[in-house]
Design a protein around this ligand. Structure first.
Ligand code: PLP
Length: 462
């Protein structure tokens, strides 16, 4: 399996090269040169596998330059850190299914990808004798999932910047109570945008970048998308045991187009997803795109589902590549237009094509709270605000004849304030995290200045 860039300058990479490159050197995103399609017979064969077995079956189709026994071991280790025997279980609530993706160490779906990516990085660095210093900025979820993905790993240090005092208390504790030698939490005296700008500036210093072998863990890494493809299959196999339907729908709360793009790949591989339902909060660039072909940025709104408060969807370019029939020069043209005008324009023919595969809507905070409250009253089940966005939109847009799977992307205790506002109940952290606030912490506070962060990084890099 070879990989190419959406912008056409890079091709012929092997899987491990694509993983180590992250963002393609031509500024595009990496994709497999073809997506394998599974036969009905093969789907049947996969339907009885455990989660790690299924993950191996799916991932190995895209990763043929890692010896199978090594890949199997990496995958098994990655999912043994989940606290549910099925890793991503499905539960039926009322007339829909909830796919729980929050049983990993940081209680959000990003663990599914980052536990795998952390182990994969360690394996590849060990094999090549290289080292890596990961640097990233977080508004909450990605940082903790990335830290848990690489804590204690050899040849990798990780530096995560968060805006001081501006992430939720649980998120801050999750990051700063990891005291492994290779983990460096930096509270920046500024906003999330300041933190992100610092990271961008540091990556832009190419000498510094190569001197310290800087790496990133943001959602543009193909291995993250790939790991997420697996649970779409797993969900279908679980619900089809009790369902005669030949197709299903999924509702995905998204901001970066990452999670739903993984569903798009699963659909292309032959998984019988009738339509992908895309759910956004008030930051609705993606639902505007799907409903009206209007892909233009607006100001970021702060919402009750902060992990989806995004205006530029970093994985969108991957979908654009398929929408434009894999014409890299056209992708380049559209991305260029977007860089200059902050918008892309689509023809009615293109919009029609998009709507054959996706439907979309956005909900505001009030509707999010209402959904949490009503769902709890009806079923006793507590949704986190991100999941509630997906449930609200799924209910609105579903085909009632087909089973609906809603992706639950975070544990409700991670966003306890919103849940309490909706239901009056403050959800408890799972037992493994109950003592979070009494653990030892490790944290450095720095001014919002790139050279200060660079100095700190130079001193602590591996
Ligand atoms: C990151 C995140 C999302 C959005 O994921 P995308 O990659 O943008 O699709 C949704 N919910 C939670 C809880 C998240 O952490």
């Amino acid at each position: 399996m070879n990989y190419c860039s959406t912008r056409g300058e890079i091709r012929g990479l092997k899987f491990t090269q694509a993983v180590m490159m992250g963002l393609a050197d031509d500024g595009g995103l990496l994709l497999p040169e073809s997506i394998p399609v599974l036969s009905a017979e093969e789907l049947r064969r996969l339907s009885t596998l455990t989660y790690p077995e299924l993950a191996f079956a799916v991932i190995s189709k895209f990763a043929d330059d890692i010896p199978p026994e090594d890949l199997r071991e990496i995958i098994e280790r990655s999912y043994s850190s989940f606290n549910h025997p099925q890793v991503t279980p499905v539960t039926k609530q009322d007339d829909l299914y909830i796919l729980e993706l929050f049983h990993g160490p940081t209680l959000a779906f990003k663990d599914v990808a980052l536990q795998f990516l952390g182990n994969l990085f360690e394996y590849l660095l060990n094999r090549s004798g290289q080292r890596m210093n990961i640097i990233g900025a977080t508004s909450g979820d990605t940082g903790s999932a990335a830290i848990y993905g690489v804590r204690g790993k050899k040849n990798i240090n990780i530096f995560i910047l968060h805006p001081k005092g501006k992430v939720s208390p649980v998120q801050e504790l999750q990051m700063t109570t990891v005291t492994d030698d290779n983990v460096f939490n930096i509270a920046v005296e500024g906003t999330f945008d300041d933190a992100q700008a610092i990271v961008k500036e540091i990556f832009g210093d190419l000498d510094f970048k190569s001197k310290h072998a800087l790496g990133a863990v943001n959602s543009i890494n193909w291995a993250r998308v790939l790991a997420q493809v697996v649970y779409y299959f797993y969900a279908w196999f679980q619900i089809s045991q009790e369902n005669q339907a030949s197709q299903f729908e999924v509702s995905v709360p998204t901001g970066n187009f990452g999670d739903i793009f993984a569903g798009f790949v699963a659909k292309r591989m032959g998984l019988p997803i009738h339509r992908l339902i895309l759910a956004t909060n008030e930051n609705n660039i993606l639902s505007r795109f799907i409903n009206h072909g209007d892909y233009s940025t607006a100001d970021v709104h702060h919402s009750l589902s902060p992990s989806m408060d995004i205006q530029i969807a970093s994985n969108f370019e991957r979908y654009l590549y398929y929408l434009l029939d894999e014409q890299a020069d056209q992708v380049l043209g559209m991305m260029d237009q977007f860089a200059h005008e902050r918008k892309m324009v689509f023809s009615s023919q293109q919009i029609e094509k998009v709507q054959q595969e996706f439907s979309a809507a956005s909900v505001n905070d009030l509707e999010t709270l209402d959904t949490i409250r009503q769902f709890h009253a009806l079923t006793g089940y507590i949704l986190d605000p991100h999941t509630a966005v997906g449930v609200a939109v799924g209910k609105k847009l579903r085909d009632p004849k087909l089973p609906l799977v809603c992706l639950a992307t975070a544990h409700p205790a991670k966003f306890g304030d919103a849940v309490a506002e909706a239901t009056g109940i403050y959800p408890e952290l799972p037992p493994a995290l109950g003592d979070l606030s009494s653990r030892k912490r490790k944290l450095t506070t720095l001014p919002a200045q790139a050279d200060q962060v660079k100095k700190y990084l130079s001193k602590n890099a591996t």
